[in-house]
Design a binder for this molecule. Structure first.
Ligand SMILES: Cc1ncc(COP(=O)(O)O)c(C=O)c1O
Length: 384
């Protein structure tokens, strides 16, 4: 099957059975034939390389009727905004060039003049955003649940009561919850506690934001739908480059009152890309099928795990509230050496190993090889 035919049948997902063959030795990724064949057990999505990305971008831009945006308004950007608003069950949505800015814009507007914002201590917003909300928006972020995934209702209540009882009135304006939590190996927030916390916050008039960068992985594990998660919150952010293979980009969804005019704030922070379309031109093709592909990916991975465990040198560990991550311990060969050898066979494993275990990510690229072929790559890589 040549590339044109392959793209014509609807992209990678549709072509999976054709691509799902065993691999030989040699650097597949270095040849044109190797395009769209690697299994990437590190990425949140397919982990497209630059040539794969350019191939898909070309194909999208050449399609009849493909339009462009101007300053992130109109064209494929507006279409994506409508699509995600609908998927999330919100009135409206806005494209933002990064998730970092999406979280910041959301809590800035939700909090308004009530400047205390409760966040998870392990969240991206608290650790990995350069204190943007504190520095640029004068918000006071209060980190809760250090070392844990879920904030308990008792912790929220205690901060709300403390804030109400201060000498100077300083209300809690917003609560932001990341789910799943990247720094906790993508574990998900306890569902019952999440519902209690959101219910209490609403009663107290606290506005709610969800960092749902990877939320499309949640329904498979929790049984709760995307819309049901989104309904707990006033605003929701979803990444366009993690599961959906964009080069960058985020969606921020909420009610019309929240989203109307928000593009001025996006521009104020330098976030109105004159041409955003190359970031997300072919994202839409991955969105509708994602939940299904992720479920298939886990089914294939469970078969892989079963096969690996027939060899006593491999031990697998899954977490109780885990989503996309599982751990693989290997004896006899250093995990780094295994990674190097697997790469030569078209399988990307983490290059660095913290605890002696490999933290592997499940994503639809696992469907590019049959589980038996993938297990074979692991077995052969133990030897050389
Ligand atoms: C949970 C979470 N939130 C927000 C972000 C920020 O997204 P971006 O890199 O698009 O700014 C990330 C990025 O890794 C993330 O993992």
């Amino acid at each position: 099957m040549d590339r044109r035919q392959f793209l014509a049948v609807g992209g990678l997902a549709a072509a999976t059975p054709v691509l799902g063959q065993g691999v030989g030795a040699g650097s597949m990724a270095d040849t044109a034939d190797g395009l769209f064949k690697r299994v990437n057990l590190v990425s949140d999505g397919l982990g497209l390389d630059s040539r794969e990305y350019a191939t898909l971008l070309h194909e999208a831009a050449m399609a009849d009727g493909f339009g462009t945006d101007y300053y992130s308004l109109g064209g494929p950007i507006a279409a994506l905004e409508r699509k995600f608003a609908n998927l999330l069950g919100k009135d409206a949505a806005m494209f933002v060039p990064t998730g970092t800015l999406a979280n910041h814009l959301a809590i800035r507007k939700l909090a308004g003049n009530d400047r205390r914002v409760l966040v998870q201590a392990e969240s991206h917003l608290y650790n990995d955003s350069g204190d943007c909300a504190q520095t640029l928006s004068g918000l006071n972020l209060i980190p809760l649940a250090s070392g844990r995934t879920t904030i308990d209702l008792a912790e929220i209540r205690s901060w709300v009561e403390r804030s109400a009882g201060g000498r100077v009135e300083t209300k809690v304006g917003a609560l932001s919850i990341e789910n799943p939590v990247r720094r906790m190996n993508h574990q998900m927030v306890d569902l019952a506690e999440l519902e209690r916390v959101c219910g209490y916050a609403r009663q107290q008039g606290i506005r709610l934001h969800m960092d749902g960068a990877r939320m499309f992985n949640l329904p498979f594990h929790s049984g709760k739908s995307i819309r049901d998660y989104a309904a707990l919150f006033d605003t929701v952010y979803v990444s366009l480059w993690k599961h959906f293979n964009g080069a960058s980009g985020a969606i921020l969804a909420g009610d019309s009152k929240f989203i109307d005019g928000l593009f001025h704030m996006r521009r104020m922070f330098g976030g109105a890309l004159p041409h955003a379309w190359p970031q997300v031109a072919f994202v839409e093709r991955y969105v509708d099928s994602y939940e299904d592909e992720y479920a298939k990916s886990w089914r294939a991975t469970d078969k892989l795990i079963e096969l690996l465990q027939t060899d006593g040198r491999f031990k697998v560990h899954k977490m109780p509230e885990g989503t996309s991550t599982f751990f693989l311990a290997v004896s006899d060969v250093a995990a780094e050496v295994l990674s190097e050898r697997a790469l030569r066979r078209g399988v990307i494993l983490p290059a660095q190993v913290g605890s002696g275990m490999l933290a592997l990510q499940v994503n639809p690229s696992v469907l590019r090889m049959a589980p038996a072929a993938l297990a074979q790559v692991f077995f052969e890589s133990m030897v050389g």
